[in-house]
Ligand binder design. Sequence first.
Ligand SMILES: Nc1nc2c(ncn2[C@@H]2O[C@H](COP(=O)(O)OP(=O)(O)OP(=O)(O)O)[C@@H](O)[C@H]2O)c(=O)[nH]1
Ligand SMILES: [Mg+2]
Length: 305
Amino acid sequence: MLQANRYSCKMAFKSGFIAICGRPNTGKTTLLNRVLGHKVGIVSAKPQTTRHRILGVHTDEQAQMVFLDTPGLNCRPTELSLDQRIQANALEALKEADLALLLFDATREWGEEDALVTKQSKESGVKRIAVLNKVDRLADKAEQERTLQEIGNNSGVATLLPVSAKSGEGLSQLLATIRKHLPDGPLYYPNETLTDQTERFLAAEIIREKIFKFTGQEVPYACAVIVEAYKESTQQLLVQAVIVVDRQALKKILIGKRGATIKRIGMAAREELEANHGKKVHVELFVKVHKNWRQELKTVKAFGY
Ligand SMILES: Nc1nc2c(ncn2[C@@H]2O[C@H](COP(=O)(O)OP(=O)(O)OP(=O)(O)O)[C@@H](O)[C@H]2O)c(=O)[nH]1
Ligand SMILES: [Mg+2]
């Protein structure tokens, strides 16, 4: 009898993999971080920040939602091996998912990249929920209604919800809707799991985020961050990382006048890591040039992409 009860209880539990897709900069990673109440992915004001498929797990009594944050889909990825890999990472998540959240940016007109996301997700045959993000930036409810209608018409996705990943508006409705669309399923990850990323990978990503923050339009895209040493004791953490750039000129920019830029990057990364770990952190950064690394598939792979 006890067994039977257990069984029926398990059957009521919902779970599944949810790909978060959209053009670059729609707020996919911000949304994931907000849902988890924890930063598992890096965010920047510039497009194409996320390069990997980032896994984040939200578990409550009724469901386990395994989110797959993806790189923004781009209509015209360059021939660079790095870009090709990034786009493949995005599409891969759609194949694995039970459900896709299609994120649209309320501050931008419908564009060809939105059409691409809509098309790719449709072709994958996955169930879809359209999400209009950044509604905090809209003037009023009338503008929100207009924008929702436009996204509904253009995407053809029946379920459409307004949210603000920044303020949290609309998130509980979104979670309830996701739950409704998930199949009955098991606990894929232990209750307390937030992500499958290692601390070492997160440290590299935090450094990459600071590069996005403190350098201009070109440098962040030409960089890879490789953590060469990650040594943690009860009192402190040492992170030694190499930032690889693909041209000498960018190395100069990244280092800055008398090392000012690289110092700011290191300091900001250290502060965030100290807050995360609650201990003293040393961040040592080295800049190296690997000419045209983004064009070499084997190097791109070796760097973890
Ligand atoms: N006002 C407002 N800004 C937001 C919201 N969500 C995200 N942003 C901002 O939008 C920018 C892009 O956010 P990300 O989360 O990096 O976007 P993304 O879709 O993951 O971008 P890629 O990884 O480059 O594809 C950042 O400056 C965020 O702070 C929102 O709900 N409201
Ligand atoms: Mg992102």
